[in-house]
Write a protein of this length. Sequence first.
Length: 215
Amino acid sequence: MPVIASHQHRFIFLKTRKTAGTSVEIALSKVCGPDDIITEISPEDEALRQAAGGRAPQNFQSPPLSRKAYNHMGAKATRDLVGAQTFDDYFTFAIERNPWDAVVSLYFWKYKDRDELPDFEAYVQEIWIEQLANNRRLYRIRGQMVLDRVLLYENLDTELQDVWDHLGLPGRPDLPRAKGNARPAGHYRELYTPASKQRVAEVFADTIEAFGYEF
């Protein structure tokens, strides 16, 4: 199961990594009903959700589901759990982000508690960015796009408002700033060399092509 599956409003939100997904699910949980599925987030983010007036995690355990729903569940696992008919009938969406920017965001988030950051060039060669590239599995099955919409992080406020309007959701998508304090000011390009830029280009090649991202 995804992060949020609303039977009341007939939508499914699949949460990708480092794309403001936690902030979006907090906003969505405010419009959910008692029968909707909401998966767990970190205690710190649950406190933000409670303060924002969102519903706490509910209906994600097994039973009543055939298997427990969890964060960052992929499109195929989600479809298998809710059923192909529901998956096709509901409005399904996720978020994607410029990979060079997302890799920098993960770098600062992953090492936020360290006094000294590891070498960025070495970090880019590690497996973490390959795992981040698996965001594509949340909106693809066998390489094919299967969601109704993939919002772009760079235009998130506008695109999420479009989703709000399309679904006829109450209120406005007021996004709290969850997990947003680990990264210092500055442009992501400042950290890259030609070698690290190329490494990200290779690992995220299909994402870059699909959404037209540029360095």
